[in-house]
Each structure stands twice: as structure tokens, then as C-alpha cells.
Design a protein around this ligand. Structure first.
Ligand code: MSP
Length: 655
């Protein structure tokens, strides 16, 4: 019998920069869904890939002094590139498309021609604001203060010949689709699309460009390249073999069951995509799910803000499964989630180290200790077991309902509620007390079995999220193939009654949070610096004038540092003994120990204001103030004591 099919996609990544944790989020979610469907017996097609055309890529390649294809190959196939990251993250895609692949480009040309021949694409002229240095058209609303949003220069009205897609023709059908079906999810995104984009009137869409070359040429008018979104959206069908001979799965898998997409590209997937499919008379995907963003301190991650988080760093430090788990456990899939290192580490420590890891290692070591690793056949099950057994047995149905509705966070919450219940069951039954009396052997065996069986059910359901961890757990608790299946997750009592466990290392060692956060912050600051260059901030200039006579009253002198020492019990203060030219030593205290060790400064010539009233600090009078230059570098305070040429004699007045 033919298995049921499930076709799921991620947005194909635009490789103008390095991938960050936000892109990883979407791909990990798609992977978990694909693995879940495979687990439940579906024949799954999971597609991901890269969206490789457009002016931005052309410009980036130029900046890097390479051809666009060379630039792309490096990001996609190079070390720590897109393919490497998906491999590291254990992404189980069945296919990977690059929109520069020949079969895709040829198919797009045929698709474009078909819509043109049908009359849904026509030639017109594109009017807009043009930035000559950037060779870019902008709409009025894209301008920033009336200037080019990329380079900030003047723009002017311009007109360019272009092809247009009759989006307006499909407005009513698209509105009907959004309002009357569950095509677009979550439902909350429908109003935004209808009210903000469809109701104000859908303009026809400009679908060709002549101002740059890096795109798929319109074959019947080669001065034009196909608009990148037309090229990109049809990847979902060309990757199956639509209008090409590279693959032959179009009939089998199309229409897609679901496209997972980030919220900012819901518009393309819920308005333009169905309209083009209607024009092509192709079936529509069953669902588009618009997920939220991972944000940092409330803002979207972007390289220009310097707040991107590198998935390689996190996966290397905490493990791939822990990272996969964190992403889907912490944030509801449809909403934005605020990423922080603290949250990541706390989640790993709580759920994975304390709860899951702990119950597996405790249980396995108890079975090892009390039964030399193998449970006896004879068990005494009592009424006290029924709550745990019922809770664990009911888990699969709840989980299934969550997963079918893309509620990953909820599915994991349900699993962890059962793990919690099992931990409580241990406290209720106190195995170490039972173990003291040989007469309790059969009861103790039943308690151990029940915990192992609960862990097994949870591990089956964790497989889509943490495939490697689930397998390790199966090995530890002695679950053979029959205990790793979807069916067995709904069947209490699958583990062999005389099961043998295997001891092993902690699944998730507890992380020293303070130390790890400090390390991560340092790595991320370093990466930020690399990505953005050094950001130096200085205080804004004062707007308040000081009258000249008052200023001249400041007695500013060159002073020689004769001695310098740290002030006891203060981690900030240094005590300077200075020659100010008067013949009597002067003592000044300054809070700059964070920046200098005393011996670095002895013998140098500094600048001080001498006629300030003496001030006591830590019981020592300070007579004046040394002058320093201060600024911020990448958010960090920097200070330089103002040192002058040593040939300037002590006491020389600065004016
Ligand atoms: N190339 C288009 C998609 C074309 S699909 C036919 C594109 N690419 S992208 O590289 O800019 O983004 C890929 C996906 O990553 C999008 O779904 C986007 O929403 C998602 N994310 C990018 N940053 C993100 C976060 N900070 N958080 C969550 N998802 C984010 O759009």
C-alpha cells in the first residue's frame, strides 16, 4: 500500500551574509516536523536550499572581488557554509535546491513564458525613485528621509521598461482563500494581510529588472532578468521536477502540505505565491505557517545591528541536540522569542541536565546497582502505579495533536510534564528504601520498570527534536527497535520485562552558568567587532559655555609621577605621589586602577588640575585631579591617562 505523503519546505536562504541562529530556528523547526511525520509513517519530502539571485548578491560579489557564482559557492558549499551548518545541526532534508542550478533556471524561464503567453504577465513601464550610484529603484515608502535607503544619496524620478504580473486580477480569489480556508496560519496573520495589503488595492507586481544582470534572463527578452521572488517561490515546485527533467516527484508530492516561513515573508507566500499558482492553474499548497522571529533585546537580528548569534558557537559549546531543543522548547512557534545566552543555559540546565538527564542516569544506575543491570521477570504492580502509567500512556495523543498544529513548544512541555511526574514517582516510591529489604524485590522491579517505560515513551516522542539523544537514551534503557517506534509510544509495556540497562556518562552535564555566559559574551563581542569594525563612541560636545576668566582660573600643570601605589581595600584607586615643581610632594588619588598597574606609570609626566579643594578618599586627602581621556569602544569604557612629553618640566603651566 502507498504510504501517505507529506511535503514540507523551509524558505530558501538568501546567502548574502552568514547564517545566524534565526535562520537555524526555522530550519530546525522544519526538521523536527519532517522527522515527526516520518516517525508516524509518512513518506516525507523535506526541501531546503538557497535563493541565489538578485542585485545584493551581485554587489557583494563585486565588493569581494569575485564572480557571483564564486561568492555563492563559498557561502553555500565552503567551510562552515550553509551545507556544513545543516549537516552539523542534523537537518534531514531530502533535497537541497540552489536557484542557480540549471534545471531551475530553465524551468523558471518556461514558467515566466507561460504566464506571459496567458496574458498574466505583460510589458509596461516601472516608475519609481532611482538612485544612480546604487542602480536601484525605490518606492516612495522605501526612501529614508527622501533619500536612498542604501547609500543615503539623492534619488530622482525615473521610468524603466519592465514586465508586470496581473496580481490585481487575483485579488478577490486570494482574499477568499485567506479569509475562508486555513491556508494561512496562525489565523492571526490573516487580518494583517487582508487589511494592510489586499483591501487597500493590490497593484500589479513588477516581475522583471533591467538594472542589473545577476538573475535568470527572460528568454524572449534577454535584457530583462526575472524578479527574484518569482524565481525563488517556484523553487518549491522545480525542486520536485516541475517543468524540468532533473527530478520526477512533482505529481507525487505537490501540493506542499506546509511551507514554514518567517513572518516578514508571509506576504509573498500568502498573496503573490497563490496568485501565481492560480495563474499557472496549479494546485495551491495546503498551508503556509508564518512563524515569529528570534529577536535580541526586542530587535530583529541583523548583521548591521551587530546582534547576530552564531549557531556554530552555540552548537560547539552546548551540543547540537541541546540547541535544537532550546529553540523549539522555549518559544511558541508563531510568536517572536527573545534570545539570550542566560535563557539558553538555564533551559539546558533545568530541562536537560536536571530533569531528563538526571532521571535517565538515576534510573539506569539504580537498576545497575539493585539488579546488576537486568530486571527480574517477577514484578509487583500496584494501584500506586496507575497515575504514572495513565499519564505516560496518554502522552502520545496529546503530543500528536500539538505536532499536527505545529505547537512544538507545547509538545515538549507535555513531554516534560511526564518526566516531572516520573521524578515525583521516584520520590513517592523511594526505591533506595525498597532496596533495603529483599522481600521488596518484585515491587522494586516494578517501580524501576515503570520509570524505564516512561522514559522510553518520552524518548520516542523526543526523537524529532533530539535524534541523537533519543538514540542514546534507547541504548541506555535497553529499548530495542520495537521500543523506538511511533506505535510503541502509544503502547505501555513494550520494553522487555527482563530489560538490561547500560551505564554511561551524563547526557547533559550541568553548565556553570556564570562562566559560560561570560565566555559567550566575550566570543559574541569579538564576533560583533569583526562584523562591524571597531565602534568608538565619545561623549557629545558640551552645549554649555564656561566663561573665559573662570576657565583661566584652573591651574593645570605638568606633574612627574614619583611614586604610585594601589590604595588598600579599594579596587579602583591609585595613590600618586607627584612632583608639581613646588618642591613639596603632592598626593592625588585617581580611580584608574582598572586601566593601569602602578609600576606602568612611575616616571611618566602627566597633567593635573592643582587648585581644586582637597577631597578625602579612603581616608587619604587628594589634592587635585589627574586628567584622562575617556571614550567607549564596542560598548566598553576605555580610559587613557593624559601623558605628555617627558622633556616638559614638572610644574610647567598648561594654558
Ligand atoms: N530568500 C528568502 C526566502 C525565499 S522563499 C521562496 C528569504 N531568505 S532569508 O535568508 O532572508 O531568510 C530565510 C528565513 O529565515 C526566513 O523565513 C526568515 O524569516 C528567517 N529568519 C531570518 N532571521 C530570523 C530571525 N531572527 N528569527 C527567525 N527567523 C528568521 O527570506
Amino acid at each position: 500500500m502507498d504510504r501517505k505523503k507529506f511535503y514540507i519546505t523551509t524558505p530558501i536562504y538568501y546567502p548574502s551574509d552568514k547564517l545566524h541562529i534565526g535562520h537555524t530556528y526555522c530550519t530546525v523547526a522544519t526538521d523536527a516536523m519532517a522527522r515527526y511525520k516520518r516517525l508516524t509513517g509518512y513518506d516525507v519530502m523535506f526541501l531546503t536550499g538557497t535563493d541565489e539571485h538578485g542585485q545584493k548578491i551581485e554587489n557583494k560579489a563585486k565588493e569581494a572581488g569575485v564572480t557571483p557564482k564564486e561568492f555563492l559557492d563559498r557561502i553555500v558549499e565552503g567551510e562552515k557554509g550553509v551545507l556544513d551548518l545543516w549537516k552539523l545541526m542534523n537537518i534531514s532534508n531530502d533535497r537541497f535546491i540552489r536557484t542557480t542550478d540549471d534545471y531551475h533556471c530553465e524551468a523558471i524561464q518556461k514558467i515566466f513564458r507561460k504566464m506571459y503567453e496567458k496574458g498574466d504577465i505583460y510589458k509596461g513601464s516601472y516608475k519609481g525613485k532611482y538612485c544612480t550610484p546604487c542602480e536601484s529603484f525605490w518606492t516612495e515608502s522605501q526612501l529614508v528621509n527622501g533619500k536612498c535607503p542604501d547609500c543615503g544619496r539623492e534619488v530622482h524620478d525615473a521610468e524603466e521598461e519592465a514586465y508586470f504580473f496581473r496580481l490585481s486580477k487575483y485579488a478577490d480569489r486570494v482574499q477568499y482563500l485567506l479569509e475562508n480556508t486555513d491556508y494561512l496560519q496562525p489565523k492571526s496573520r490573516v487580518n494583517e494581510m487582508v487589511n494592510n495589503f489586499i483591501k487597500p488595492g493590490l497593484d500589479d507586481l513588477c516581475v522583471s529588472r533591467t538594472s542589473f544582470k545577476w538573475g535568470i534572463p527572460v528568454d524572449f527578452d534577454p535584457g530583462h532578468v526575472v524578479y527574484v521572488w518569482v524565481d525563488a517561490l517556484f523553487n518549491y515546485t522545480t525542486a520536485l521536477g516541475f517543468m524540468n527533467d532533473k527530478y520526477h516527484d512533482y505529481e507525487k508530492y505537490w501540493p506542499a502540505d506546509v511551507h514554514f516561513v518567517g513572518k516578514e515573508i508571509v506576504r509573498f507566500h500568502s498573496i503573490i505565491w497563490p496568485a501565481m499558482l492560480m495563474s499557472m492553474e496549479m494546485p495551491l499548497p495546503k498551508h503556509v505557517f508564518g512563524h515569529g522571529w528570534l529577536v535580541m533585546d526586542g530587535g530583529k537580528m541583523s548583521k548591521s545591528k551587530g546582534n547576530v548569534v552564531d549557531p556554530y558557537v552555540l552548537a560547539e559549546k552546548f551540543g547540537v541536540d541541546a540547541l535544537r531543543f532550546f529553540l523549539l522548547r522555549t518559544f511558541p512557534f508563531g510568536s517572536d522569542g527573545n534570545f539570550s545566552n542566560e535563557l539558553l543555559i538555564n533551559t539546558i540546565n533545568k530541562d536537560l541536565a536536571n530533569d531528563l538527564g538526571n532521571i535517565v542516569s538515576r534510573t539506569v544506575s539504580m537498576v545497575d546497582k539493585y539488579f546488576s543491570g537486568t530486571l527480574p521477570e517477577e514484578k509487583s504492580v500496584t494501584e500506586a502505579d496507575s497515575d504514572l502509567i495513565n499519564t505516560a500512556s496518554a502522552l502520545r495523543d496529546k503530543y500528536e495533536d500539538d505536532m499536527e498544529h505545529f505547537r512544538f513548544q507545547k509538545a515538549l512541555e507535555d513531554i516534560f510534564a511526564v518526566i516531572d511526574r516520573a521524578n515525583k514517582y521516584i520520590d513517592e516510591n523511594i526505591p533506595w528504601v525498597l532496596a533495603k529489604d529483599e522481600a521488596n524485590k518484585a515491587r522494586l522491579a516494578a517501580v524501576m520498570y515503570n520509570i524505564l517505560e516512561t522514559i522510553r515513551i518520552c524518548a520516542v516522542l523526543l526523537t524529532p527534536f533530539m535524534p541523537d539523544t533519543a538514540n542514546t537514551i534507547f541504548d541506555r534503557i535497553g529499548a530495542d527497535e520495537s521500543g523506538r517506534t511511533w506505535e510503541s509510544a502509544g503502547k505501555w509495556g513494550t520494553l522487555n520485562t527482563a530489560v538490561t540497562v547500560k551505564m554511561g556518562e551524563a547526557l547533559f552535564p550541568r553548565i556553570d552558568a556564570e562562566k559560560a555566559i561570560e565566555e559567550l559574551n566575550a566570543i559574541q563581542a569579538e564576533q560583533r567587532k569583526k562584523a562591524m569594525g571597531n565602534i568608538v563612541e565619545t561623549e557629545p560636545l558640551s552645549e554649555e559655555n564656561v566663561d573665559f576668566n573662570t576657565f583661566c582660573k584652573s591651574d593645570m600643570r605638568a606633574v612627574k609621577i614619583k611614586a604610585c601605589e594601589a590604595v588598600k581595600k579599594s579596587d579602583k584607586l591609585l595613590k600618586f605621589t607627584l612632583d608639581d615643581g613646588s618642591g613639596t610632594d603632592r598626593v592625588i588619588l585617581s580611580g584608574i586602577h582598572k586601566y593601569y598597574e602602578p609600576e606602568q606609570l612611575i616616571g611618566k609626566t602627566a597633567v593635573a588640575i592643582l587648585n581644586l579643594p582637597p577631597r578625602k578618599m579612603m581616608g587619604i586627602p587628594s589634592c587635585g585631579m589627574l586628567i584622562s581621556a575617556v571614550h567607549k569602544e564596542n560598548g566598553e569604557e576605555k580610559l587613557h591617562l593624559l601623558l605628555v612629553d617627558d622633556s616638559i618640566p614638572a610644574g610647567a603651566k598648561l594654558c
